[in-house]
Design a protein around this ligand. Structure first.
Ligand SMILES: [Ca+2]
Ligand SMILES: [Ca+2]
Length: 510
């Protein structure tokens, strides 16, 4: 090199401001995979001893699996809003299926996770259910306008490229199970009927994602999001998937009939009247085993679709330069605590798969430290070397992705409407409801949360330690809140569930 040029360059580099670490190129791609209503019935999580998820487990083996990861709200819209905005539901006030956060003045201009990536040179693409309203643009109302298999029509504020909406896909001519309580909701259905895998919304979501992996221009890193609908109800499957699970009682979760005797009455208010049937109805209608097999079969079906995507990543030589994250938006009860569905603060509703793999992630790790889906935003930002944000409420999981034993002080915190919070540390589950009632479980000796220890003097210090993590910000419902919204007035001791007053002596709906 010309000596003069060399000196000039050396001087220039000395005078230039130091380049921040985030500016170093090249940046990895991101493959962001969401599963709807997926509880911990995943092979490597051990939530169900028979669950078959070989592809997610293989990804976990080449990355880091969080065994104690929990959602911030046990419902689609608030959980996904929290994850994608990097804010707790207790901060946004978004607890119900409405509002869409862009309709709330305080959050309408919030830079969501994929937008932060787009602002720093990423091409952002999405298909299926990422936000509650799909790939963006609203909630249940706008989703209802779309037909499965038809690309979304609205302009894309959340993603630059949007693919198939996915969803249920093939449906039987009429419901497969008897009419369910609380209005015989059309989604409340499950079981076997003949159809093709290719006609399921989730198959189409995987196909679109595979096509993007094969064709996306390589001149720019991508943030590619694929959102699967199953095992959300209706859990429709074909015989070959259903037959992966035994046709006997060994498939049923282990429960206690008297489990709710020591849970506060307020725990019922969180799911007071819902279309998801109680266990009593499920058993009386001989649907328990059918529901469990259908749910597990749907889980395995989604796992197979994730396998198609990961195979494409390998085939295209992108696995070494792509951060993959797989997460579930909240769990689902299938008889535990006497109910089916979500909207509780127990592990079956809050514990979900969370797996990271790819550059910067230690392989073969299983991390038992608490983790929150809220942590995904800052984790991806740090893993991909983007400029950090100071307005995120999660904590980067990078220390645990490098060393699963790295300490983490904060437990995982889940809130379901104002005033109701679950605090999950490595050993304990603590719950406090809006009326002040409490639960405490020792998750090491009692992983099914059967024995409520709250109120026993010897656990006062444990409860006190967990109480300090109750959210300091605890907003009332945001304007436009609706669907599964619960409020409580301490002065009258009355709760209001979906606009209807619930009094202390009202019978618990069946
Ligand atoms: Ca969901
Ligand atoms: Ca119990």
């Amino acid at each position: 090199m010309n000596r003069c040029l060399f000196l000039t360059l050396a001087l220039a580099s000395l005078l230039a401001a130091p380049r921040p670490a985030w500016a170093a190129a090249p940046r990895p791609n991101v493959l962001f995979i969401a599963i709807d209503d997926q509880n911990d019935w995943i092979g490597h999580l051990g939530g169900h001893p028979l669950a078959k998820t070989p592809h997610i487990d293989a990804l976990a083996a080449r990355g880091t699996a969080f065994l104690n990861a929990h959602i911030q709200s046990p419902l689609c819209n608030p959980c996904r809003t929290s994850l994608l905005l990097g804010l707790r539901p207790t901060t946004t006030g978004i607890y119900g299926l409405a509002p869409w956060f862009r309709n709330v003045p305080a959050w309408k201009d919030r830079v969501a996770l994929p937008q932060h990536f787009a602002a720093h040179g990423y091409r952002t693409l999405a298909t299926g259910k990422i936000y509650h309203g799909g790939t963006g643009g609203g909630g249940a109302k706008s989703k209802a306008k779309r037909k499965p298999g038809v690309p979304a029509a609205e302009p894309p504020p959340e993603f630059q490229v949007r693919g198939t909406a996915g969803g249920i896909g093939a449906r039987p001519e009429k419901k497969l199970i008897p009419p369910t309580p609380m209005g015989d909701h059309p989604l409340m259905d499950w079981g076997v009927f003949p159809h093709r895998d290719e006609d399921k919304g989730d198959y189409q979501v995987a196909s679109w994602t595979v096509a993007q992996i094969r064709s996306v221009p390589r001149d720019q890193p991508f943030f590619l999001a694929a959102g699967f609908f199953l095992p959300h109800v209706p859990c429709y499957v074909t015989q070959k998937w259903y037959d992966l699970y035994p046709d006997d009682d060994s498939v049923l979760p282990v429960i206690r009939e008297d489990d709710r005797n020591d849970t506060p009455r307020f725990s019922w208010y969180l799911h007071w009247e819902l279309p998801e049937p109680r266990l009593k109805w499920v058993k009386e209608n001989h649907q328990w085993k059918n529901l469990v097999r259908s749910y597990l079969a749907c889980t395995t079906f989604v796992d197979s679709q994730i396998g198609r995507i990961l195979d494409a990543l390998d085939e295209c030589g992108l696995a070494d330069n792509t951060v993959v994250v797989v997460w579930g938006d909240h769990g689902w009860h299938l008889g535990e605590k006497g109910i089916t569905g979500k909207n509780t603060l127990w592990d079956r509703s809050t514990r979900v798969p969370l797996v990271f793999a790819g550059p910067g992630v230690q392989a073969g790790q299983r991390c038992t430290r608490p983790a929150e889906l809220l942590d995904i935003y800052p984790t991806l930002v740090e893993l991909c070397g983007l400029p950090p944000r100071t307005d995120l409420e999660g904590i980067s999981l990078l220390p645990q992705l490098r060393d699963a034993a790295a300490p983490r002080e904060r437990p995982a915190i889940t809130s379901h409407n104002q005033g109701n919070h679950g605090i999950r540390s490595e050993r304990w589950r603590y719950i406090r409801y809006a009326d002040g009632s409490e639960e405490l479980y020792d998750m090491q000796s009692d992983p099914r949360e059967w024995t409520n220890l709250a109120g026993r003097a010897e656990y006062a210090a444990v409860i006190e330690e967990h109480r300090r993590w109750l959210p300091k910000i605890d907003q009332p419902p945001a304007p436009g809140s609706a669907h599964r919204v619960l409020t409580y007035d301490r002065t009258t001791d009355e709760a209001v569930w979906e606009g209807k007053t619930v009094r202390r002596n009202d019978p618990i709906p069946e």
